[in-house]
Design a protein around this ligand. Structure first.
Ligand SMILES: Cc1cc2nc3c(=O)[nH]c(=O)nc-3n(C[C@H](O)[C@H](O)[C@H](O)COP(=O)(O)O)c2cc1C
Length: 270
């Protein structure tokens, strides 16, 4: 009799402990989700949405170490010649080349594959003029007062100021927006994850694609940039990320004489 009671209590205690562990696991998963990882790392989390459909990996055929080295060398050599250009020629750039570079950019990885970006390609002289006027108004306020001295000191070697003629002179501006959330056809919000990381990666790929195509670019970030939503008619949940000024360099274009940090200061191996 006594023995049966003890066994029942033991079973109850075990059940309560198991339920506690299950709740703790669920709470941890919910926290992970809120932490915007968006990645369901366990089978348990994947099952409710169904199992993923997997297809064979193509496009990365085996490659021996010498070929890896040769490709790395070629790419590094080419990419290390990229510079931010601030003097552009008015020579037009074919729109299919810009679209090709954008197609490379939108193949970027993104948090939970939400692709939280939008790119507006601006070639209209009238819109470029409005963008220049609005950017220069912000930049005037920045350079004549809003910028702290340490920021102005950091910018001094680059020789930048409030004048942004390249916004009109360059044939193409690509304005990058970061979509803080998506919207489904019924108007409901779709959660996005790691928005800024994702948009930064896609933008880096875009800059790389433009460079390898033989085009110059400048990353431009007038501050603040909200005027971009108004002029380009983008919704408020899309935050302006930056403007890429794109085209051919003006004949005789010059760039600031700057250096990179030593490799060993920015890379370590363990
Ligand atoms: C996020 C970001 C914002 C930038 N904003 C500006 C800008 O508003 N105006 C500008 O002239 N250059 C801008 N730059 C360009 C940097 O000044 C430039 O990348 C840096 O000086 C290194 O020079 P390089 O690109 O020629 O190697 C920006 C670059 C980055 C990555």
């Amino acid at each position: 009799m006594m023995g049966a009671l003890v066994n029942r209590i033991r079973a109850d205690v075990r059940r309560i402990a198991e339920r506690g562990a299950r709740l703790a696991r669920l709470a941890r998963l919910a926290r992970d989700d809120e932490g915007a990882s968006g990645m369901s790392s366990t089978e348990e989390r994947r099952r409710p949405g169904g199992m993923p459909r997997l297809v064979p990996l193509t496009g990365l055929p085996p490659c021996d170490d010498d070929e890896l080295r040769a490709r790395t060398e070629r790419f590094r050599d080419d990419l290390s010649r990229r510079r931010s250009v601030r003097q552009f020629s008015s020579r037009p750039v074919p729109s299919d080349v810009i679209d090709g570079c954008l197609r490379a950019a939108v193949s970027a990885p993104s948090g939970a594959n939400r692709q939280p970006w939008h790119f507006v390609v601006v070639t209209s002289p009238e819109i470029k003029k409005r963008l220049r006027q609005a950017a220069e108004a912000e930049e005037r306020a920045f350079y004549r007062g809003r910028a702290p001295d340490d920021w102005l000191d950091a910018l001094a070697p680059l020789g930048t100021d409030e004048h942004k003629p390249f916004l009109e002179e360059a044939p193409c501006l690509i304005v990058v927006f970061a979509a803080l959330h998506g919207v489904d056809p019924d108007g409901h919000k779709i959660k996005h994850y790691y928005v800024h990381e994702s948009v930064g990666i896609a933008t880096g790929m875009l800059i790389t694609a433009l460079h390898q195509a033989g085009l110059a670019s400048l990353t431009h970030t007038p501050s603040p940039m909200r005027f971009l939503n108004a002029i380009l008619d983008r919704p408020p949940h899309e935050h302006p990320f930056l403007i890429l000024v794109v085209g051919h360099p003006a004949p005789g274009a010059r760039v600031p004489d700057i250096t990179r940090k030593p490799f060993d200061d920015v890379v370590s191996h363990r």
